[in-house]
Write a protein that binds this ligand. Structure first.
Ligand code: G6P
Length: 613
């Protein structure tokens, strides 16, 4: 969701910012723009659509200059258009601003500014903030830095912003609250970006701005940091561990396909140093200090959104089954607004790939304020959520660029599996024998995922048959119900086919009405405790002439006899089936979306990192 890139240094700013915006495309957006300061002029280029359209638009224009700000906008206030695209200039066109987030009290401020004669060119909340800064600067005759700082004390909501001005060619002003902003420190140059991906090829030294901080980046005066309340701060410089190759497609047609195929490795990376077969133990270093709290928790509450919420549902089954601690899984967006009953005996697990999801962050803050211990499961190192939690485990899946989450999901489930095993062991809720067996099984999952990836040609064939469907149903039971939800989410996200995930037995309370010869039903029918029940559910679909595509355990006979297609997956313990059964569903969605001509990596309207509530 909205991406920011800014540059100040000796190099040409435009190509650096443009490339950076391309790196941020994965976040989701519908327009883009860049403002360049040169010789006391501000040149602003903005275009609805993809960054490539902005690139075409500037072909015959002078984009030279060494300082600039750029933005990809995911529309909130005002439709996607050239007019509403960022950067936004002040009324006197002396300053320009890019903004990620939402200024919640923009309407009141706008009304005031209108009374004072300001006129607005866009429908955005961002332009109002720019005019407010201008108003303060003129009225108080202060520096731009102070004007921005004072203005930020008057706004409510979330922001990451970068401001440049005509008058000062040696100054970028950047600030954040609830929306991420990273500053890269190069040799005689500075970069700002919503995440580290545009910065990594220039420098590994970064500063993650904290909420309420404002920075002035100047080639002459260096990096000055304050809070918006005017307290001096010292920037904390960190070294990035990310590799540039991880941001490239590496020969695959799409990031999503690359990321699906990376799963044997990403699951292994996630278990590395944590699953120890020779010592027959699980060690999660990041939660060691809070282990007792977890082991003795009366209840665990998982908060997350989207795919991460589905991982949480798998976690519920895992933790309840293996550690016998009651688990509740909540949409972060609901949890934060319903005065939840929660206290210091509860442990909250916040799951987030990006570590920036606004609702999940707010849910964490709420739970913290009630005394609960918060454990984070994040993929992006140094992200806001990883910093807001008391302790946690990174998923180590590497950068996930495809908007539809794949390898992050299986890595989240891997961490939850390790956690459930560790808790089960500590609480004596599983026998030694089962613990050892499960450890061996989990250790084998990457090989099994590898073998499922080999069925890709068969999955493509199935995709070809069902690619024109209008609706699809996904069924699973027990720990595989969340797999059905995730399968349906993947299909709708990237192919725009309406899909629903249901607990298999619930089908007869509604979705069964949709079934006809056209309707594919994808069923997770592996040989586990509810196998026979699921077979009956498949019979119910077939009796209504529905088409059934079943994911079965290798060697299965019963389902093979009744389903239209079966996809075989290797046998594993029931609790780890989600880690394998998810893979064919990811591939199916991918192929169907490609066959329908959809933009797989950047599906319409969706954002990778949802930094607004
Ligand atoms: C967006 C993404 C999803 C993701 C969800 C939660 O909707 O498109 O893929 O599952 O946000 O994101 P998080 O980064 O918190 O896991």
């Amino acid at each position: 969701m909205c991406g920011i890139v800014a540059y100040i240094g000796k190099q040409e700013a435009f190509p650096i910012i443009l490339k950076g915006l391309k790196r941020l495309e994965y976040r989701g957006y519908d327009s883009s723009g860049i403002a360049i300061q040169k010789d006391g002029e501000l040149n602003i280029f903005k275009k609805q659509g993809k960054v490539s359209e902005l690139e075409d638009f500037v072909q015959d224009k002078d984009t030279s200059g060494n300082i600039g700000i750029g933005h990809t906008r995911w529309a909130t206030h005002g439709e996607p258009s050239d007019r509403n695209a960022h950067p936004h200039a002040s009324g006197n066109e002396e300053f320009a601003l890019v903004h990620n987030g939402i200024i919640e009290n923009y309407a009141i401020i706008k009304e005031e500014l209108l009374k004072r004669g300001h006129t607005f060119k866009s429908d955005t909340d961002t332009e109002v903030l720019m005019h407010l800064i201008e108003e303060i600067k003129l009225n108080q005759n202060c520096s731009l830095f102070n004007a921005v700082r004072i203005a930020l004390n008057e706004v409510h909501g979330a922001y990451a912003i970068v401001v440049i001005s005509k008058e000062n060619p040696d100054e970028l002003i950047a600030a954040r609250k609830s929306s991420p902003l990273v500053i890269g420190i190069g040799k005689g140059e500075y970069f700002c970006a919503s995440d580290a991906t545009p910065i990594i090829e220039f420098t590994k030294n970064v500063v993650y701005l904290e909420d309420g901080e404002i920075a002035r980046l100047s080639l002459k005066d260096g990096f000055k940091l304050k809070t918006i309340k005017n307290q001096e701060k010292t920037p904390y410089i960190q070294e990035l561990e990310m590799q540039l190759e991880a941001l490239e497609k590496g020969g695959y047609e799409h990031f999503m396909l690359k990321e699906i195929y990376e799963q044997p490795r990403s699951i292994k990376d996630c278990m590395r140093g944590r699953l120890n077969l020779s010592e027959n133990m699980v060690a999660l270093g990041g939660i060691l200090n809070y282990k007792d709290k977890l082991v003795n928790a009366k209840r665990i509450i998982v908060v997350a959104c989207g795919t991460s919420w589905h991982a949480g549902l798998v976690g519920e089954y895992l933790i309840e089954e293996l550690a016998r601690i009651p688990v509740e899984v909540e949409y972060a967006s609901e949890f934060r607004y319903r005065n939840p009953v929660i206290d210091e005996n509860d442990v909250v697990i916040a799951i987030s790939q990006s570590g920036e999801t606004a609702d999940t962050l707010a849910a964490i803050e709420l739970a913290k304020s009630k005394g609960a211990i918060i454990v984070g499961i994040c993929n992006v190192v140094g992200s806001s959520i990883s910093r807001a939690t008391h302790c946690g485990s990174y998923t180590h899946a590497g950068p996930e660029i495809g908007v539809a989450s794949t390898k992050a999901f299986t890595a989240q489930v891997t961490v939850l599996s390790l956690l459930a095993l560790m808790l089960g062991r500590e609480r004596n809720t599983i026998t030694d024998e089962r613990f050892t067996r499960l450890l061996i099984d989990l250790d084998n999952i990457p090989h099994k995922v590898e073998s499922v990836l080999k069925t890709d040609a068969q999955i493509q064939h199935i995709a070809e048959i069902y690619k024109d469907s209008k609706n699809a149903l996904y069924l699973g039971r027990g720990i595989n119900f969340p797999v059905a939800l995730e399968g349906a989410l993947k299909l709708k996200e990237i192919s725009y086919i309406h899909a629903e995930g249901y607990p298999a037995a619930e089908m007869k309370h509604g979705p069964i009405a949709l079934i006809d010869e056209e309707m594919p039903t994808f069923v997770i029918a592996t040989q586990d405790a509810s196998y026979e029940k699921v077979v009956s559910n498949i019979q119910e679909v077939k009796a209504r002439k529905g088409k059934v595509i079943a994911i079965v355990t290798k060697g299965d006979k019963d389902v093979k006899n009744i389903a239209d297609h079966v996809i075989e997956i290797p046998k594993t313990d029931d609790v780890f089936v989600p880690l394998i059964a998810t893979i064919p569903l990811q591939l199916l969605s991918y192929h169907i979306a490609v066959m329908r001509g959809c933009n797989v990596d950047q599906p319409r309207n969706l954002a990778k990192s949802v930094t607004v509530e």
